[in-house]
Design a protein around this ligand. Structure first.
Ligand code: CA
Length: 249
């Protein structure tokens, strides 16, 4: 793990705790799984709170202002999709969603639910910890970039404008709302137009996650980007990766 200094507090709109003092909210209704996750994450030195249903999860997110949320999709009451919508409407926070099957992950990303990463059950606790750490690093990095480069010029290609300082995207004059992960993925691709980036490289750069088991997460987020921005912008190179194709217009 790389050492990163705690982000400066205040002035960025979202205070971000350093890895050591991070707060993780776990929303999971199965007691054995919830307890196992909470114990493992607590062992990392993080403050961990468990909510056992969707509404409690939304309340806890509002009260705790967690740095990361680990969210089971199948919950009593309101499900993980609705929990994500309500949490993100209140305040953007990285969400790692736990799903039952790989095709469920694809379906959720296709819907543009807004989670930043997905893990299919069953998973190893080692993998869970690695992914939570990666999300925490990304939040810190995004905050630092925003502070360090407030006047970074926008990327303009055809009718697509990517404003890195404001973290906003427009196509044909219409604003396109992306999740933080989708935004970083788009910037990565658009920074090297017509260049094929492998799924492994995208995973390492955008998710800070080096294990190839996560490449499905890349594919799923590419689907979401195409659905929101238009399928013509990102070319699939089968068996290799993806390339950004600048629009003509
Ligand atoms: Ca469940």
């Amino acid at each position: 793990m790389t050492t990163t200094p705690p982000a400066a507090a205040g002035g960025t709109g979202q205070a971000v705790a350093g890895q050591q003092s991070a707060t993780v909210l776990v929303v999971e209704d199965e007691p054995a799984i919830a307890t196992a996750i909470a114990q493992r994450l607590s062992a990392e030195g993080w403050r961990v709170e468990v909510a056992r249903d969707g509404l409690s999860g939304v309340d806890a997110a509002s009260r705790l202002q967690p740095d990361v949320v680990v969210l089971d999709v199948m919950l009593p009451g309101i499900d993980g999709l609705e929990v994500t919508r309500r949490i993100q409407a209140d305040r953007p926070v990285p969400i790692l969603m736990l799903t039952a099957r790989d095709d469920e992950t694809d379906m959720l990303v296709g819907l543009g639910v807004g989670a930043d990463d997905y893990m299919t059950k069953p998973f190893s606790m080692r993998e869970l910890v690695a992914r939570v750490k990666a999300l925490l690093r990304r939040v810190e990095r995004a905050t630092q970039v925003a502070v360090a480069t407030p006047s970074e010029p926008p990327i303009v290609m055809g009718d697509v404008t990517i404003d890195r300082a404001q973290r906003r995207v427009h196509r044909s004059g219409e604003e396109v709302h992306l999740t933080p992960t989708e935004f970083e993925l788009l910037v990565m691709l658009a920074s090297s137009p017509k260049t094929v980036l492998t799924r492994e490289r995208l995973l390492a750069e955008v998710w800070d996650w080096a294990d190839a088991s996560g490449t499905r997460t890349v594919d799923s987020h590419i689907k979401a980007l195409r659905r929101k921005l238009g399928a013509d912008l990102i070319r699939t190179v089968h068996g290799v990766g993806y390339a950004f194709e600048p629009p003509a217009g």
